[in-house]
Design a binder for this molecule. Sequence first.
Ligand SMILES: Nc1ncnc2c1ncn2[C@@H]1O[C@H](COP(=O)(O)OP(=O)(O)OP(=O)(O)O)[C@@H](O)[C@H]1O
Ligand SMILES: [Mg+2]
Length: 236
Amino acid sequence: MSAVSPSALLVTSSIQLQTEALSRTYPSGDGQITALRPFSHTFAAGMTSVVGPSGSGKSTLLNLLAGFDTPSSGAVRVGDTDIHSLSEAGRADFRLKHYGFVFQSHNLVAILSAQENVEFPLMLAGVPPRERRERARALLSQVGLEGRTHHLPSHLSGGEAQRVAIARALVGNPAVLLADEPTGNLDTRSGEIILELLTRPAREGKTVVLITHDADVAALADHHLRVRDGEVTVER
Ligand SMILES: Nc1ncnc2c1ncn2[C@@H]1O[C@H](COP(=O)(O)OP(=O)(O)OP(=O)(O)O)[C@@H](O)[C@H]1O
Ligand SMILES: [Mg+2]
């Protein structure tokens, strides 16, 4: 029998992402803003687009799915885990193992090279240095950046930096990938490359949730949600 490498702990297959009457209100002056009305949904494997006007509640939904924000009511389940019932530390650990994130801004660590940025989540997960290096290199090569591994984020173009962010999001082989306007700051060609990179994990059966206000981008998804004034509806 072969030894189980620590990284085997990171390898996850498809997991079901589910919301149950998930809602969020924010205090506002004397009253409240309903940013998300009770929303129950099972995210199918593949890519789900989330569209809707500015201020409609898209990022609110994503932040609740991620466990970055706390719901006013309801639950988010990933497999058997109600993520909001975990402690802060438990949730951070859960995210590390099961989630990847891509935002409009790449959020790379400025003083770390592309390679070190991609290794970072593996370091937090306790993967040994050599394996970390190899996996980060493989991911950077998959996003077409084998020649840029030692570059700092400030020495990369916007599209390249976003590809590093995708490599970082995917290096732990997460079951859930959440992206909030990942192509928002990019030119058309760079945006297309990013979308192609996001459709790959979707094809592998991962659950990808993609917020966009670009209808052409949304059309690439397998499933479609629309948000209006905090109300999420399934589009067919
Ligand atoms: N932390 C907060 N405190 C108070 N109100 C908030 C907070 N976050 C969001 N809101 C409000 O909730 C509503 C939904 O905001 P959200 O950021 O989810 O919109 P969005 O659809 O992502 O918009 P955009 O397309 O501009 O990113 C808005 O009315 C916003 O002002
Ligand atoms: Mg938003």
